[in-house]
Design a protein around this ligand. Structure first.
Ligand code: GLN
Length: 504
């Protein structure tokens, strides 16, 4: 039998339907791959008993003709999603061994449609980061080896301090690495400023951040509530569409989730893009951007043009304010959301001489450096005297960024094409240790989309001269994920998939 972990989600579905293999066999193949790939550190918790029990139940359902859309498909779940009875940490020490007594709405919907849980995936602490180096469980390794490294050299580094191996992007680095390394057929992820799209770009996988309100945030650990969205990372555009169809939907438990019917996103895959107008925003041509990224962007536009789309130059004039405004809004909301971790209600508790001392000791011990930095920035920009100067202005900028997109969409643009990241994946330990802004700059092309609440799809568009994958981003109109899937398939057909070679 061929290696079941090398299949796409869609092909695995076909194999299950035809009886070529069972859900139990498929789960077993992935559990074995997870074991062999442990050094990549993609999973923080493997749940083999649960996986096999769910797979067995799935096989039984199939026998009675009750197969759901994702029947028997093994998935990895970002550890930001609460999973009933299964430890959920958000990549932080402060949650300790927190075991949620409830299931997030999005994962509930995946299980409703027959999917199987393999385990919980590593992520940057509270989803703060762009490289998955801030996790309390240590960095995740990108399964794509650094250019010009021999397999032996890569294996040595993997067994050692991991320095120089590539980051998988963040904060959903466990999700992107697990999908790229074939340790699951698809993964859940979350995106506050780029955490689905940037990791997808760094690992040659496909990820979509849906429109704000499309997926329920209920049961997902909050980072910045007005920006957070759930979404999938998978091997192909079609696989993402399949996962999205299960993940999306209205939820009375999340007042920001929108009550709109969920389309069959898979039906949009393969649909013609003839006559669609694609905007190329000049402001995304940032200073110091490598020529290879510029070339990739051009190539992406040519692929869409070849399929009959019209390419037009557009302007999104407030783009340059997006990153600084994001790094005010996101920490502000985070500082408020993280106030609940006080050593009383959840997880870690460090005793103190009184309640204030207990709070201080618990938070000092439980939160990592990046999270503390965000809390300090957040409380500062929200404090009396600074609120108007920072937070209020950032909110105004946010409105202007949103308006930029509304104006181009009103003029007939159906989607916007940009690079997903300003560079290919970089090395572990290479960025941000001296200057956090160096790390924040990774999000330059992705944060606008969260600020405006729009959907954004990232997918491989080609490789750089060293053979590392480079991602393109398609930004859509609100609630028009379907157009992104149609356009994405056109790019995937021409650029091809990026498949990582196994060396670990
Ligand atoms: N890298 C960004 C940050 O650190 C975005 C993270 C995210 O989307 N969760 O805030």
């Amino acid at each position: 039998m061929t290696d079941l972990t090398a299949l796409t989600l869609d092909d695995a579905r076909k194999g299950l339907a035809s009886g070529a293999f069972t859900a139990v066999e498929l789960a077993e193949a992935h559990l074995a791959a997870m074991e062999a790939g442990r050094a990549l550190n993609a999973y923080v918790l493997e749940t083999p008993e649960q996986a096999l029990a769910m797979a067995k139940a799935s096989d039984a359902r199939r026998k009675t003709g009750e197969a759901g859309r994702l029947e028997g498909i093994p998935l990895g779940i970002k550890d930001l999603y609460a999973t009933e009875g299964v430890r959920t940490t958000a990549g932080s020490k402060i949650l300790g061994n927190f075991v949620p007594p409830y299931e997030s709405t999005v994962t509930k919907q995946l299980w409703r449609d027959g999917a199987v849980m393999l385990g919980k995936l590593n992520n940057d602490e509270f989803a703060m980061g762009s490289s998955n180096e801030t996790s309390a469980f240590g960095p995740v390794v990108n399964p794509i080896p650094p250019a010009n490294w021999s397999e032996e050299q890569a294996r040595k580094a993997l067994a050692g301090d991991k320095q120089g191996l590539l980051v998988p992007g963040g904060s959903s680095g466990g999700s992107s690495a697990a999908v790229a390394a074939h340790l699951c057929l698809g993964a859940t992820a979350t995106d506050t400023g780029g955490s689905i799209r940037q990791p997808a770009a760094f690992t040659g996988t496909v990820g979509i951040k849906p429109t704000y309100g499309r997926c329920s945030r209920w049961g997902i650990v909050a980072f910045a509530s007005s920006l957070d969205q759930a979404g999938p990372i998978a091997k192909t555009v079609k696989d993402c569409a399949a996962l999205m169809t299960s993940m999306a939907g209205h939820d009375p438990m999340d007042s920001t989730s929108v009550d709109m019917p969920v389309p069959d996103y898979e039906a949009a895959v393969g649909r013609s893009v003839k006559g669609l107008t694609i905007g190329i925003p000049r402001e995304y041509r940032v200073e110091g951007m490598p020529e290879e990224i510029e070339a990739l962007w051009k190539k992406g536009a040519e692929m869409l043009k070849a399929a009959g789309a019209n390419i037009v130059d557009i302007s999104l004039p407030h783009t340059k304010y997006a990153l600084p405004a994001y790094y005010i809004v996101a920490p502000a909301e985070a500082s408020s959301n993280l106030a609940r971790y006080d050593g009383v209600r959840y997880g870690l508790r460090v005793p103190g001489k009184d309640i204030i001392d207990l709070y201080e000791k618990t938070r000092a011990e439980g939160f990592g450096r990046e999270v503390k930095r965000r809390i300090m920035i957040g409380t500062y920009v929200l404090s009396a005297g600074y609120y108007d100067a920072y937070y209020l202005r950032a909110q105004k900028i946010r409105t202007l960024i949103k308006r930029d997109f509304e104006e181009v969409y009103a003029k007939g643009v159906h989607a916007v094409l940009t690079p997903a990241t300003p560079s290919a994946a970089f090395g572990i330990g290479e960025k941000g240790s001296a200057d956090p802004v160096e790390m924040y700059l990774n999000d330059i092309f992705t944060v606008t989309v969260n600020m405006a609440g729009l959907p954004g799809l990232a997918l491989p568009g080609g490789t750089d001269s060293k053979g590392l994958p480079l991602g393109l981003q398609l930004i859509g109109r609100p609630f028009d994920e379907e157009t992104l899937f149609s356009l994405g398939q056109v790019i995937e057909d021409q650029a091809g998939r990026f498949v990582a070679r196994r060396w670990w």
